[in-house]
Design a protein around this ligand. Structure first.
Ligand SMILES: [Zn+2]
Length: 130
């Protein structure tokens, strides 16, 4: 039996379970709750076991929270795209020559929703890679 908030893993490849569909609102809320718990760990790392002292203002706390959110976003997207890329296997039909060619990989900067992009409108929408 799967838990109420765990994603459905209906596709089994090489004996490993994979999520095959968009997560429900409930499942996304469970992810948010999990990440919220990591927030406590971040505060401990940033301000020490006792938390922030009285001279730390809200803006400083927010700066730490935003740095953590950036790292969490980058880490999650790197893990998801790397694992998904591994599903392609060694060879795929090549978009250039049409034959089966060896799949390579490149380091690319990831841009996710909500990141401010200077001089190009307020927000980037969607995940873009360049
Ligand atoms: Zn090719």
């Amino acid at each position: 039996m799967r838990g109420r908030n765990s994603p459905i893993f209906s596709n089994i490849k090489d004996g490993k379970a994979m999520a095959t569909r968009k997560l429900s609102l409930e499942e996304l809320q469970a992810v948010t709750r999990l990440a919220k718990q990591w927030g406590r760990i971040v505060v401990k790392h940033a301000f020490g076991e006792q938390g922030p002292s009285l001279d730390v203002d809200f803006a400083q706390m927010e700066e730490v929270a935003c740095a953590a959110a950036r790292g969490l976003t980058e880490g999650a997207l790197e893990a998801a795209t790397t694992q998904q890329g591994q599903l392609l296997g060694e060879k795929q039909p090549c978009p250039q020559c049409g034959k089966l060619c060896t799949v390579g990989s490149d380091e690319r900067p990831l841009r996710a929703k909500g990141r401010k992009e200077r001089g190009r409108g307020p927000f980037q929408s969607g995940l873009l890679s360049q």
